[in-house]
Design a protein around this ligand. Structure first.
Ligand SMILES: Nc1ncnc2c1ncn2[C@@H]1O[C@H](COP(=O)(O)OP(=O)(O)OP(=O)(O)O)[C@@H](O)[C@H]1O
Length: 449
């Protein structure tokens, strides 16, 4: 009997022949064979959605290929993994031939889809893995499996990005498909205008004659009775025709105030999937992708530093990178961790800046370098104390609003010129000293956590 690796490799080859690259990446690459015992092939997959998809659409091939290779009936068993996705699941490629891409791009432009929001540029992490998988199913098989598909979650977490990615992918698969993307406000305005201009028929034609309707931020339907009424009819017309609907909101339908019950229940016919804030690894991967796309040279520790500063909103994370880039250009410097820290300093809320005391900085530096507080504040001139003392003064100057004399006083009554000198010294060293850059970054992370 062939071994499990051989069987899996053969299976992969046969799936590669029948699946598109994004589907292969999402379903096959994310699964791993665990064991083959008593003709049972146990396969680990990342989520329930993957499990269901495998069971429904991909397991027949296991049985067929298994029989061909072993002469036995192989039964697949799927188990769900719990751990954080590894490197390979964080970045996927999604390449098509150039002509297909060109025609899809033209149609995407007409559908008002952001060219940057594709599956290709979407980084998969723990918080969005399920949403990404559902988006792929819908893009590959619109109107059948999950209709409507409803993404919900906090601001700037990638709902719109995924929604556009579905549109792009559908157009890549079928360049003649009609895709329409609107925000809920645009839908409401178009509806109101159609009443004012007596163009209701044209409005209906426009919204009901599409293969994929993407409506963003439907929480803004709250309180808009007439718009909800019209959307209800649009929804029914599309749904009954087997056209795909994808919606996003910052919360679940039943949490949207004044959303009609009949809409809530219709939205529940499909799949609602949430997107949660990305973990640190995913945030770093997103920044790395973005930096590569913009051809920015940024050291890994600087990316980690930026990712450590903004932990919930990916739009802000991207904004931070733009800010760092602009700051580096303005100052004619390379991007380093110290430069990133400087440029992001003002992003931190002022309360945070005020809350941080000199004593907290001193204690943190002492813990970090295993020193006594009295030595840090004292006069000893050995290097192992002098440098941490200068770092602590530097941080007190950078991260608090205290005056130079006050900082000097807190360091055992030193003169303010000593504080200036320490600050300059550390600032200078940070330009070149990688170890120091790392230490200062870590200290800042400790202080702000
Ligand atoms: N997983 C991801 N990989 C790469 N970029 C991402 C990812 N998630 C979000 N982004 C980027 O973050 C930015 C904000 O994402 P998006 O606009 O899709 O958020 P949203 O959830 O729709 O926010 P809102 O609720 O404000 O509408 C976009 O530039 C998007 O490309």
């Amino acid at each position: 009997m062939p071994n499990i690796e051989y069987i899996w490799k053969e299976l992969e080859d046969s799936y590669r022949k029948v699946l598109t690259t994004p589907s292969f990446n999402a379903w096959i690459e994310q699964a791993s064979p665990i064991s083959l015992v008593n003709n049972q092939l146990t396969i680990e997959v990342p989520s329930t959605l993957h499990k269901e998809y495998w069971e429904k659409n991909l397991s027949t091939k296991i049985v067929e290929t298994g029989f061909k290779l072993t002469g036995q009936e192989i039964t697949p068993i799927f188990i769900i993994q719990n751990e954080i996705p590894d490197e390979k699941s964080l970045k996927k490629t999604n390449k098509k031939n150039p002509l297909e891409e060109l025609s899809a791009m033209e149609n995407s432009r007409k559908a008002l889809l952001n060219p940057k929001y594709t599956f290709d540029t979407f980084v998969i992490g723990k918080g969005n893995q399920m949403a990404h998988a559902a988006a792929l199913v819908v893009a590959e098989d619109p109107g059948s499996t999950y209709n409507p598909l409803f993404f919900y979650g906090g601001v700037g977490l990638g709902k719109t990005h995924l929604m556009h990615a579905i549109g792009h992918q559908m157009l890549l698969n079928n360049p003649n498909a009609k895709v329409k993307y609107v925000s809920s406000e645009t839908f409401a305005n178009d509806f109101i205008n159609s009443i004012q201009n007596r163009t209701s028929e044209a409005f209906r034609q426009e919204y009901r004659n599409v293969d994929l309707l993407l409506v963003d931020d439907i929480q803004f339907f709250a309180d808009k009775e007439g718009t909800q009424e019209e959307f209800f009819h649009t929804f029914n017309a599309l749904y009954n025709d087997g056209r795909q609907i994808v919606l996003t909101s910052d919360r679940l339908p039943n949490e949207i105030p004044k959303l009609q019950e009949r809409l809530i229940s219709r939205f529940a016919w499909g799949l609602s999937v949430d997107i949660t804030p990305p973990d640190l690894e995913t945030r770093i991967a997103i920044l790395r992708n973005k930096a590569d796309a913009e051809r920015l040279e940024i050291p890994d520790d600087t990316l980690s530093y930026i990712a450590g500063q903004i932990d919930s909103n990916i739009r802000e994370l991207e904004g931070a990178l733009v800010r760092v880039q602009a700051y580096a250009t303005m100052n004619g410097q390379d991007i380093t961790t110290s430069l990133a820290a400087d440029s992001l300093k003002t992003l931190r809320p002022t309360e945070e800046k005020k809350e941080l005391s000199i004593l907290k900085i001193q204690e943190t530096v002492c813990n970090y370098y295993h020193l006594q507080l009295k030595d840090l504040k004292g006069k000893k001139r050995v290097k192992s104390i002098v440098v941490p003392r200068q770092i602590a003064m530097f941080l007190s100057r950078e991260l608090t609003d205290n005056s130079l004399p006050k900082i000097g006083a807190e360091f055992g009554g030193k003169d303010h010129t000593t504080v200036i000198h320490s600050h300059e010294k550390i600032q200078q060293l940070l330009e070149t000293d990688i170890v120091l850059q790392k230490e200062v970054t870590e200290l800042k992370q400790i202080l702000f956590n």
